[in-house]
Design a protein around this ligand. Structure first.
Ligand code: UAG
Ligand code: ATP
Length: 506
């Protein structure tokens, strides 16, 4: 976990007064320098927050937190009983998870001189839009910070992420560390789960963006309406000043109708009459050229170094977010022109891992039907030969999208190779069977194979491919492990694909 290197301790008694907390034990004279809700991440001087989780109550680990140097515990009334034996002072709140954001903001002083804060939400494109924002902010000369599913960046320092949006304590520690490093602008990816679980509490965004909404996460939310409602609070005045909403999916209109902050819109369809219009001008294997035109005909033409119209939409959304934050459109254009377009590297987002000879192989993080639709369309444009799609599905995650994943994959490919992804605690054969059943529902029937494990499947896919063909391996993206029965086995799809190509003589 990234934290400030030089925290300025704060008084526990002051915290108790600030938040009017009920206390047990002595708080006088105690100083706190950090906050965490994971006993294994406690550092000396930390406030340990014991939350009731789905598996256990964090307060059970208060003694362990004390051993590691925690100086006080925040928990709920039930947790207070459990934490008593730690001997630490205990501060009681009704819901520690709900209190975590504000407590962390106070301890890490993240409301004092905050950077320019951008938040991106939506089903697909959060990571991409956040990277593109961070890339452009850097091109505009600002030291930037980034927090996404793939990586977190503080200027040039990069670390791999675990959750899309970290817990609030980790988020505020990250923001404090960014401030130490002179970061002036930050792009944060905000998942629906993050909003539901209070992970971005205590953060006030300058500009938030909405990419799209489509079928995903229906293991966490009862239906699409509930999933939509989980995203909406980002468009409340206590969380953000202004918003930019893409009308890529019809849910965008709903965000506009229900947002409680000023929002402007962007669309690639002229008939939407959005405030901003994005046109794809030029699709090449190395980039997508586009123009974004706004009020009073002001426009900017540039390139994003990725394939796919959806990447132009993400980039245009990011540009409008910059304009809403106060950057001049012409100044953005000049900064981008100096580098021949947007300068950003997105790990595992339709990333081409093949060389100049042989089939093209793209590794992608797409794991929803809509993501498949867009990436398959992009890959098809650059494939004179056959499109081979290799994919699996997450175990212990939304199983209701599997049929559609199989169907969309079959519709868009010439050859389908169904394999495993993270089975977690599910039977991988049964996940493959559901994907296969979905694929069989497609109107267009490609050749379909089922190959397990993925190490074999990529070799098999490469053995079917020749010059002019493309392989789209969807699912693993940037990830460096596979979760098999709770164990994270090291695994890199990008490396496996490169190895398979080499073995095949490409
Ligand atoms: C469903 C969910 O979000 N669970 C998160 C939640 O777990 P939980 O409430 O079940 O916690 P628990 O296991 O009961 O433990 C209770 C408390 O005891 C603490 N504990 C537990 C054991 C111990 O030894 N020491 C200790 O301190 C835990 O840190 C926790 O604070 O709190 C944990 C601690 O922070 C998270 O790690 C865990 O995320 C899990 C790993 C997860 O997979 N979350 C996914 C669903 C998620 O959040 N995904 C979204 C969306 C991704 C996307 O955009 O596609 C994301 O933002 O990543
Ligand atoms: N605007 C978009 N519309 C539809 N699909 C997209 C869009 N942008 C990206 N995708 C697809 O979704 C996949 C995931 O993209 P990205 O990582 O940017 O999204 P995300 O919202 O961060 O996903 P996650 O929530 O899983 O982290 C991409 O690899 C691509 O296949």
């Amino acid at each position: 976990m990234l934290r400030p290197e030089h925290p300025v301790p704060r008084s526990l008694a002051e915290l108790v007064a600030e938040f009017s907390l009920e206390t047990r034990g002595t708080v006088a004279g105690v100083e706190i320098s950090g906050v965490t809700l994971n006993s294994e991440e406690v550092e000396p001087g930390d406030l340990y927050v014991g939350v009731a989780g789905a598996n256990t109550h964090g307060a059970r680990f208060a003694s362990r937190a004390a051993e590691r140097g925690a100086v006080a515990v925040v928990t709920d009334p039930a947790g207070a009983e459990l934490a008593a034996e730690s001997g630490l002072p205990v501060l009681i709140v009704d819901s520690p998870r709900e209190a975590l954001g504000e407590l962390s903001a106070w301890v890490y002083r993240t409301r004092e001189h905050p950077p320019l804060l951008f938040g991106v939400t939506g089903t697909n494109g959060k990571t991409s839009t956040s990277y593109l924002l961070a890339g452009m902010l850097t091109q505009l000369g600002l030291v930037t910070g980034l927090s996404t599913t793939a990586e977190r960046h503080i200027g040039d320092l990069k670390v791999v992420s675990r959750l899309t949006t970290p817990e609030a304590s980790e988020m505020h520690a990250l923001l404090a560390r960014m401030r130490e490093s002179g970061v002036r602008a930050v792009a944060l990816e905000v998942s629906a789960q993050a909003l539901s679980r209070h992970r971005v509490d205590g953060i006030e965004f300058d500009v938030v963006g909405f990419t799209n909404l489509s079928h995903d996460h229906l293991d966490d939310y009862a239906d699409m309406e509930e999933y939509f409602r989980a995203k909406l609070p980002l468009f409340d005045p206590d969380r953000a000043d202004r918003g930019v909403v893409s009308l890529e999916t019809e849910w965008g209109r709903r965000v506009v109708d229900e947002a409680r902050i000023p929002v402007c819109t962007i669309s690639s369809r002229a008939e939407d009459r959005a405030d901003w219009f994005v046109e794809v001008l030029d699709e090449q294997a190395a980039y997508t050229g586009f123009r974004v035109t706004g009020p009073e005909g002001r426009s900017l033409e540039t390139r994003v170094p990725l394939i796919g119209r959806h990447m132009a939409w993400n980039a245009a959304l990011a540009i409008v977010m910059l304009v809403e934050a106060g950057f001049d459109l012409d100044a953005i254009g000049q900064a981008l022109d100096a580098h021949g377009g947007i300068d950003a590297y997105l790990p595992g987002r339709t990333e081409r891992v093949s060389g100049d000879r042989g089939p093209s192989v793209y590794v992608d993080f797409g794991h929803s039907p809509d993501a498949f639709l867009n990436t398959l369309d992009a890959v098809r444009r650059f494939t004179p030969g056959q499109v081979i799609m290799l994919f699996g599905a997450d175990g212990d995650r939304d199983a209701t999208k599997r049929h559609d994943m199989g169907r969309v994959a079959a519709e868009g490919s010439d050859i389908l190779v169904i394999t495993d992804h993270h089975p977690r605690f599910e039977d991988p054969a049964s996940i493959r069977r559901t994907l296969l059943d979905g694929a069989r529902l497609a109107e267009h029937q490609p050749e379909i194979y089922e190959v397990s494990p993925p190490e074999e499947a990529i070799r098999f896919a490469v053995s079917l491919a020749g010059e002019g063909d493309s392989i789209l391996w969807a699912g693993p993206g940037h990830q460096d492990y596979r979760d098999i029965r709770g164990v994270r086995t090291p695994y890199s799809a990008r490396q496996l694909a490169r190895d398979a190509l080499r073995e095949a003589g490409w």
